[in-house]
Design a binder for this molecule. Structure first.
Ligand SMILES: Nc1ncnc2c1ncn2[C@@H]1O[C@H](COP(=O)(O)OP(=O)(O)OP(=O)(O)O)[C@@H](O)[C@H]1O
Ligand SMILES: [Mg+2]
Length: 445
C-alpha cells in the first residue's frame, strides 16, 4: 500500500482543484459549477486515482464522492477523446455501477456536467424504461457508461454493448453493490471485464465482510477514509422522539409544523407502508409524493422530480431513495420507521446536511423499534437520547432555530457552498432521444 512520493506530496499540499492534476477543460467546468475548493475526499482520492491505484474510499454522505471518482475518470479518458463518428472509436472504457436507477441517472448527470468541455461520450442505462433509446446510444459508442447492473447485463447479453475494453470500473455505494442482492449480477459483470483494469469502490459505509470480499477483485488497493468509519454526516442534527406506533402520523405533522419544515423525505421500511403513509398525508391536505420500487419508473422519476422542484412538501419513500440521492438543500429527513440495517440509517439521514449545509434528521421511534435504535447507536458510535416533541409556538420559530452542531475538523470540509440550483426535470429522459449535439473540439494535450 505504498504511495509514490509525487502522489504523497500532492495529497499533502493540494488545496485547490488546479493542484490536483486535472486538465483545464475540467477545471473550467468546475468553475462554472461554483466548486471552489476540493472536499477532503476529492483531495485524497483524485491524485491516487490519477496515479492508477485501486481504491476503497469512504467519506461521509454529501461530501462530494461523485466528483472524487468522476473527475479523475474523465482525466484518464482524455487521451481517448475523439470526435470520430465511428462507433468503433468509442468503446466503453469507463463503467460506473450504481444500485438504483435514480442514482445512476444522477451520477450520469454529474458526469455530463463535469465533461461538458470534453469530446467524450457517455450514457446511462437502467431498467424500467424502454431499451430502444439506450440501445441507440450504446450502438453509437460511448466512452463512459453509467448503469444499474440488471439492465447492463441485458444489453451485454444481446451484444449491444461490449465491455472488453473497460479500463476503469467504479462501484458507487460499493457496500450495497456487494451485498447479497447485487453480488450475483456483479460477478457476472466482472466476468465480462478485463482483469487488467483500475477499480474504485466508494461509499459512506463499509463493513468488514465487504472489505474482505472487495479485496478479491481489487489489485493492491489503497484504503482512503475521511473521518471515522460509518459515522453520519456531522452537519446533520439527529433527533429521536419516542412515539406510539398509532401516534406517529400526528407526531410527524406536529414536528413539521413546530419546526416549520418546508420539505422532508419520510422513510418507511416497506412499499406498503410508504403508500399508506403517502395517501394518509395527502388526505390530511399535505402535498405528498410517493416513491418505492413497485411504482412504474415514470412515476418514480416524476415523484422525485416533483420533490426536487419543490412541488410537493413531503416525499414518502422506501430505502430506494436512501442512497446517493442529492436533493438540493433538503432541510429534513424523517425516519417514520427505523430501518432494519444501521447502514441505511446513515444513508437515509445523509439526504440532508449535504455539501456543508445543515440538516435535521428526526426519528419517530416506537417501543417495538427500540432494539433497532440500539443497533444504530452502536453502529454510529453515538447515543441518540430521545427528546420530547417540540412545542408549537404562536409565532413559530424560524428554521434557523434548528442549529447544526459545529462541524468537526474532518467534516468542516472545505466544501464551499456552490451555487445550487433546482435541477432540470429528469422525466425528459423518458422522451425519445434528441439528436446528439455537436461535440466540442478536443482539448490540447
Ligand atoms: N468541491 C465541491 N464544492 C462545492 N460543491 C461540491 C463539491 N463537490 C461536490 N459538491 C456538491 O456536493 C453535493 C454532494 O455531492 P455527492 O452527491 O457527490 O456526495 P456523496 O459524497 O456522493 O454523498 P452520498 O454518500 O450521499 O452519495 C452535490 O450537490 C455536489 O454538486
Ligand atoms: Mg454519492
Amino acid at each position: 500500500m505504498e504511495v509514490s512520493a509525487h502522489t504523497a506530496a500532492a495529497l499533502e499540499e493540494a488545496t485547490r482543484f488546479d493542484e490536483l492534476g486535472l486538465a483545464p477543460p475540467i477545471l473550467a467546468a468546475l468553475t462554472d459549477l461554483g466548486y471552489q475548493t476540493p472536499t477532503p475526499i476529492q483531495k485524497q482520492a483524485i491524485p491516487l486515482v490519477l496515479a492508477g491505484r485501486d481504491l476503497m474510499a469512504q467519506a461521509q454522505t454529501g461530501t462530494g464522492k461523485t466528483a472524487a471518482f468522476a473527475l479523475p475518470l474523465l482525466q484518464k479518458m482524455l487521451p481517448h477523446a475523439n470526435t470520430s463518428a465511428s462507433p468503433a472509436r468509442h468503446p466503453v472504457r469507463g463503467l460506473v455501477l450504481a444500485p438504483t436507477r435514480e442514482l445512476a441517472l444522477q451520477v450520469h448527470e454529474a458526469i455530463v456536467t463535469y465533461k461538458k468541455n470534453l469530446p467524450l461520450r457517455s450514457t446511462c442505462v437502467f431498467g424500467g424504461v424502454d431499451m430502444k433509446p439506450q440501445e441507440l446510444d450504446l450502438r453509437g459508442g460511448v466512452e463512459i457508461l453509467v448503469a444499474t447492473p440488471g439492465r447492463l447485463l441485458d444489453h451485454a447479453g444481446s451484444k449491444v454493448v461490449h465491455l472488453s475494453q473497460v479500463q476503469f470500473l467504479v462501484l458507487d455505494e460499493a457496500d450495497r453493490m456487494l451485498d447479497m442482492g447485487f453480488l450475483p449480477d456483479l460477478k457476472r459483470i466482472l466476468n465480462l471485464l478485463p482483469a487488467q483494469r483500475q477499480t474504485l469502490l466508494f461509499s459512506a459505509t463499509f463493513d468488514d465482510s465487504i472489505v474482505g470480499l472487495a479485496k478479491s477483485f481489487l489489485q493492491n488497493p489503497l484504503k482512503v477514509e475521511v473521518a471515522r468509519r460509518n459515522t453520519a454526516a456531522e452537519t446533520v442534527e439527529q433527533v429521536v422522539h419516542k412515539v406510539k406506533e398509532d401516534d406517529k402520523m400526528d407526531a410527524l405533522i406536529h414536528v413539521v409544523k413546530a419546526r416549520e419544515i418546508t420539505q422532508a423525505l419520510v422513510f418507511t421500511r416497506t412499499k406498503i407502508a410508504a403508500d399508506k403513509l403517502g395517501r394518509r398525508l395527502q388526505k390530511r391536505g399535505i402535498p405528498t409524493g410517493i416513491i418505492h420500487g413497485d411504482k412504474a419508473q415514470i412515476e418514480r422519476l416524476a415523484a422525485l422530480d416533483g420533490f426536487k422542484q419543490g412541488t410537493v412538501q413531503l416525499l414518502a419513500a422506501t430505502d430506494i431513495a436512501a442512497r446517493g440521492i442529492d436533493i438540493v438543500e433538503l432541510p429534513c429527513v424523517f425516519n417514520y420507521e427505523l430501518p432494519y440495517s444501521p447502514e441505511d440509517y446513515v444513508h437515509r439521514i445523509g439526504r440532508t446536511g449535504r455539501a456543508g449545509a445543515s440538516g435535521l434528521a428526526v426519528s419517530l421511534v416506537s417501543h417495538e423499534e427500540e432494539r433497532l435504535l440500539g443497533g444504530i447507536e452502536r453502529f454510529i458510535k453515538r447515543d441518540l437520547t430521545p427528546a420530547p416533541l417540540p412545542e408549537i409556538t404562536v409565532a413559530a420559530a424560524p428554521r434557523a432555530e434548528v442549529p447544526a452542531p459545529a462541524p468537526t475538523a474532518a467534516a468542516a470540509a472545505p466544501i464551499q457552498r456552490s451555487i445550487r440550483r433546482r435541477e432540470a426535470p429528469v422525466c425528459a429522459l423518458l422522451m425519445p432521444p434528441a439528436p446528439r449535439p455537436p461535440e466540442p473540439v478536443a482539448p490540447e494535450a
